[in-house]
Design a protein around this ligand. Structure first.
Ligand SMILES: *Cc1c(COP(=O)(O)O)cnc(C)c1O
Length: 429
């Protein structure tokens, strides 16, 4: 599937950039700081130029000038319009996705509604590779539904991947719902969406996918895989901006059966009738709660447009090449210095980041982000206890950046520059 030929010198990286059909997309992003290599697009994607223009227009024209009239000039239907725009990126129908609220809140609504559909089934399943909020939200649902309900966490046997045997051990006729991240936030392990969904269905359970680390960078085919529900955030590979609202997918035939646990007026069939009794809106709108955060929503569309323009197939192709190249450079330059990888070796089992592990990972990250001299700044993120995540965003990262980042890490460790940094954790790592 992938070509495995790489060369050690920087000349290889420069030639690869020269032949890269996606290299021109970098110009679509606002990159004011030079001498910086940003490898954290998997936590907060870069700002597209178009987004700055859109936000300025939303301020001056929509809010500043049109004021309340703007609700009928595009604000009111933003959640469904953005959902339709996002749908092809995740292999969903246009009327199967709604944008609003946070990922955590959408998980709560979707998982609660799914559990309620599964009468007599009382177990919620997730795995120990999942992002903590996903686990906590499920534990909170079980806590609210009562003592019969229980969350079971499937255990990975190697700490990086979850095999179908690992999962099958915890599935039975009591399983109501399985919630997994399509791509795991720490190891980048990517589940086979169709195979896992089939396995879960064979036990009569519903399947909910968290796409936070996959949408926009790996092909996602929710309908082809038969997925029941999905959620995900828009501020990572979709470049929607800090705290931008998330999305919720429910397959068509489930929508009318599902009930949101939060009966807000935006989820009512006619919010502006101001009726005294709630009636769920048809379709995905029933999952809305209150007034959408218009300015934050405004930032989402230009990022989606860029992904659609580049095409998810080309994005995935470059993502694989870049992560393979990283793995090659790590083998060659960093493994001799005591590094290991915490990421599956095969590209088809991997999302778009590489976890690099070292006992001094935290201080190495500090030295990367805050160089004492004029050296290039490299921005990864740190995940406890010893992971440096190198996130690869194919729309704005280059092969040369991969080379320079690994060279910088090599120097930090070879010259023990990290010894000058404190191991004390700040608020956000
Ligand atoms: C980033 C991420 C989230 C974030 O949830 P928020 O509610 O937006 O804070 C949730 N789940 C996964 C798997 C993530 O990667």
């Amino acid at each position: 599937m992938t070509e495995t030929h790489f060369e050690s010198g920087i000349g290889f990286a420069r030639r690869a950039d020269h032949h890269d059909p996606l290299s021109k997309f970098r110009m679509s992003f606002f990159i004011p700081e030079t001498n910086i290599i940003y490898l954290d697009g998997n936590s907060l994607g870069r700002l597209p130029h178009r987004t700055r223009e859109r936000l300025q227009q939303a301020l001056d024209y929509q809010w500043g000038t049109r004021l309340i009239r703007s609700w009928n000039e595009g604000w009111y239907d933003m959640p469904s319009r953005l959902g339709a725009r996002l749908a092809p990126i995740i292999g969903a129908g246009e009327d199967e996705v709604i944008v609003g609220d946070s990922t955590s809140l959408n998980l709560f609504k979707a998982a609660w509604a799914a559990t309620k559909l599964q009468k007599g089934r009382t177990r919620l399943i997730t795995d120990d590779l999942n992002f903590p909020t996903d686990i906590y939200v499920l534990q909170g649902i079980a806590n609210q539904l009562g003592p019969d309900f229980e969350v079971t966490i499937a255990r990975s046997s190697d700490g990086l991947t979850l095999t179908s045997e690992d999962l099958e051990k915890v599935l039975n006729e009591e399983t109501a719902l399985v919630v997994l991240s399509h791509v795991a936030f720490k190891s980048a392990y990517m589940h086979d969406m169709k195979a896992v969904t089939d396995l879960v269905h064979s036990h009569g359970a519903l399947m909910l996918w968290d796409l936070s680390h996959s949408a926009g960078v790996v092909p996602v085919q929710l309908n082809e895989a038969g997925a029941d529900l999905a959620i995900g955030c828009t501020y990572k590979y979709l470049n929607g901006g800090p705290g931008a609202p998330a999305y919720l997918f429910a397959k068509k035939e489930l929508q009318e059966k599902m009930e949101s646990p939060i009966w807000g007026w935006f989820g009512d069939e006619n919010p502006f009738a101001f009726n005294l009794g709630y009636k769920p809106a048809p379709g995905m709108s029933r999952f809305l709660v209150g007034t959408p955060p218009v300015l934050s929503m405004t930032g989402i569309e230009p990022g989606l447009d860029l992904i659609l323009k580049a095409g998810i197939g080309s994005i995935r192709k470059k993502s694989i090449r870049l992560t393979e190249y990283l793995m090659f450079l790590i083998d060659e330059k960093l493994k001799p210095l005591g590094f290991t990888t915490g990421t599956p070796g095969r590209a088809e089992n991997r999302g778009s980041h590489v976890a690099l592990r070292h006992p001094e990972a935290f201080r190495i990250c500090q030295a990367m982000i805050f160089p004492a001299d004029n050296n290039v700044k490299v921005i990864p993120d740190f995940r406890e206890p010893d992971n440096i995540r190198l996130g690869v965003a194919p729309l704005y990262n280059s092969y040369e950046e991969m080379y320079l980042a690994i060279e910088r890490i090599e120097r930090i460790v070879e010259e023990k520059l990290y010894l000058n940094y404190s191991g004390e954790r700040a608020g956000v790592t």
